[in-house]
Design a protein around this ligand. Structure first.
Ligand SMILES: *[C@@H]1O[C@H](CO)[C@@H](O)[C@H](O)[C@H]1NC(C)=O
Ligand SMILES: *[C@@H]1O[C@H](CO)[C@@H](O)[C@H](O)[C@H]1NC(C)=O
Ligand SMILES: *[C@@H]1O[C@H](CO)[C@@H](O)[C@H](O)[C@H]1NC(C)=O
Ligand SMILES: *[C@@H]1O[C@H](CO)[C@@H](O)[C@H](O)[C@H]1NC(C)=O
Ligand SMILES: *[C@@H]1O[C@H](CO)[C@@H](O)[C@H](O)[C@H]1NC(C)=O
Ligand SMILES: *[C@@H]1O[C@H](CO)[C@@H](O)[C@H](O)[C@H]1NC(C)=O
Ligand SMILES: *[C@@H]1O[C@H](CO)[C@@H](O)[C@H](O)[C@H]1NC(C)=O
Length: 402
């Protein structure tokens, strides 16, 4: 066990190897068609169709709001355009007072993505954003600031929440006090399959309910929880753009050597054509299975080693880990069937705000078979605590200038 891993769930995996098959990949219609897909470009009007594959609707004059209390928010262009470039990061809605957007959507679980460009806006100093974002009863971001670094940056936060029948999805932005402000550049809402990450009883096969590492056989993730995506990695491969996802516009980050603590080999087969006989074809896009990290062909060496990744996470929360891997046989066979395995793990707070969550893959002993471990993709989600919070506590507001 690595000394620097404070908590080490060990996943024993046996995979007989990895194969290179030769088929062509041709997907034009995505496997999943979202019932709701709203992409709201805040602080502006009109529609834009950037090359990201989304139709961004300007919020001004849209039916989504915002509604406000007392004081009006303003909309503004970011003052530093250098690192912005693209929709929805060029314009924002900002306010020293609370404002709320309301989205009438179908019932069911949704992705909620909040897009931020940390910069100075006319009349709003970059360092004074400090705010909370709520979705219904869930606190998605609490006493949050985008200004923790001096540089301008663009990024998004992704959450999963369930919307009940006849419920309107409301997103409320609340500044810490009127000395600070809240802002938002873009909001995206996309429906998701009911069995993708949630494991609501009655909606999922028992075998797909996550294992609760070191606690219990299974952990049901029900609709009383919200999730925050903290890592979504294309293991052994490069960035997969949202428009290349299975219809949910998820972004899969590059993870070739990043986060990998141990050695490993990186087999790639861009022509591999996954056969979805065990899991739904919307689980992950095909390119996830066209690259991987494995141990390699030396079985003697593999029996003596592990594949280990280290991912830094906030303490005091439970995490869902979804591992994607393909059962593919490198040297002999032709069984290129993707599957996944989900785990829930509690990361205790023992005095530090963050800890390394480590994933160890270890091949299982097996007589007369090729021995290897493989990982194609991994997703890590923070689960809301019983107070419906996803935010770290005790965040201190930035100092106000005297
Ligand atoms: C995905 O699977 C569904 C159900 O099995 C099927 O109807 C659909 O054609 C598949 N889509 C793609 C792009 O393979
Ligand atoms: C965007 O709009 C175009 C044209 O109306 C449509 O073909 C396309 O499917 C839309 N894309 C999304 C992601 O809704
Ligand atoms: C906001 O509204 C309050 C009264 O509700 C007023 O006293 C205050 O000056 C307003 N602030 C701004 C920035 O307009
Ligand atoms: C923000 O900080 C204040 C003061 O420390 C605290 O009272 C409040 O509960 C915090 N809000 C959230 C959502 O964390
Ligand atoms: C949802 O899951 C939590 C944690 O496992 C549990 O405490 C709660 O009772 C569940 N709620 C429902 C409605 O099943
Ligand atoms: C396989 O690994 C073992 C142990 O590390 C090493 O002694 C052996 O030389 C390796 N075999 C080959 C073919 O590289
Ligand atoms: C692999 O991991 C297990 C569990 O952490 C540990 O007992 C074993 O020593 C590790 N093996 C190597 C070669 O690092």
């Amino acid at each position: 066990m690595k000394n620097h891993s404070l908590l080490t769930p060990i996943f024993f995996i046996f995979c007989p190897g990895f194969i290179f098959c030769h088929f062509t990949v041709a997907t034009s219609t995505p496997p999943y068609k979202a019932v709701d897909h709203i992409a709201l470009n805040c602080g502006t009007s009109g529609n834009s169709n950037p090359p990201d594959g989304r139709n961004w609707t300007g919020e001004i004059g849209s039916k989504y709001g915002p509604t406000e209390q007392n004081n009006k928010s303003i909309f503004s262009d970011a003052q530093s355009h250098s690192s912005v470039g693209t929709v929805p990061y060029t314009t924002a809605r900002l306010s020293h007072f609370q404002f709320t957007y309301a989205f009438p959507v179908a019932a069911g679980p949704k992705f909620v993505r909040l897009y931020f460009h940390s910069a100075s806006y006319s009349g709003y100093e970059k360092s004074k954003d400090f705010f909370t974002v709520k979705a219904g009863s869930f606190t998605l971001l609490g006493n949050f600031s985008t200004s923790d670094s001096t540089e301008s940056k663009s990024f998004f936060k992704e959450f999963c929440i369930n919307v009940e029948e006849n419920q309107i999805l409301k997103l409320t932005f609340i500044p810490f006090s009127s000395d600070y402000y809240a802002f938002i550049n873009g909001i995206e809402i996309v429906s998701m399959p009911i069995d993708l990450y949630y494991s609501q009883k009655g909606f999922i096969k028992y075998e797909w309910v996550p294992e609760y590492v070191a606690q219990a056989p299974r952990f049901y993730i029900n609709y009383s929880m919200a999730l925050e995506m903290v890592y979504r990695l294309n293991v052994g491969g490069s960035l997969i753009q949202p428009k290349e996802d299975t219809g949910m516009f998820r972004e899969w980050s590059e993870a070739i050597k990043k986060y990998l603590w141990s050695g490993g080999t990186i087999p790639r087969d861009p022509s591999l054509n996954p056969k979805y006989s065990k899991i739904p074809n919307y689980t992950a896009p095909d390119p996830i299975y066209q690259s991987a990290i494995t141990m390699g062909p030396n079985m003697t060496k593999n029996m003596q080693s592990n594949l280990t990744w280290g991912l830094r996470v906030d303490t005091g929360f439970k995490y869902l880990l979804a591992e994607d891997r393909a059962d593919v046989i490198l040297w002999t066979g032709s069984n290129d069937t993707p599957y996944y395995k989900d785990y829930v793990v509690m990361i205790q707070n023992k005095g530090e705000d963050t800890r390394q969550l480590s994933i160890d893959l270890q091949p299982r002993t097996s007589e007369g078979t090729l021995i290897d471990a493989i990982l194609n993709g991994v997703e890590v989600f923070k689960l809301s605590n019983p107070d419906s919070h996803l935010a770290r506590l005790h965040m201190v507001p930035p100092q106000l200038a005297q």
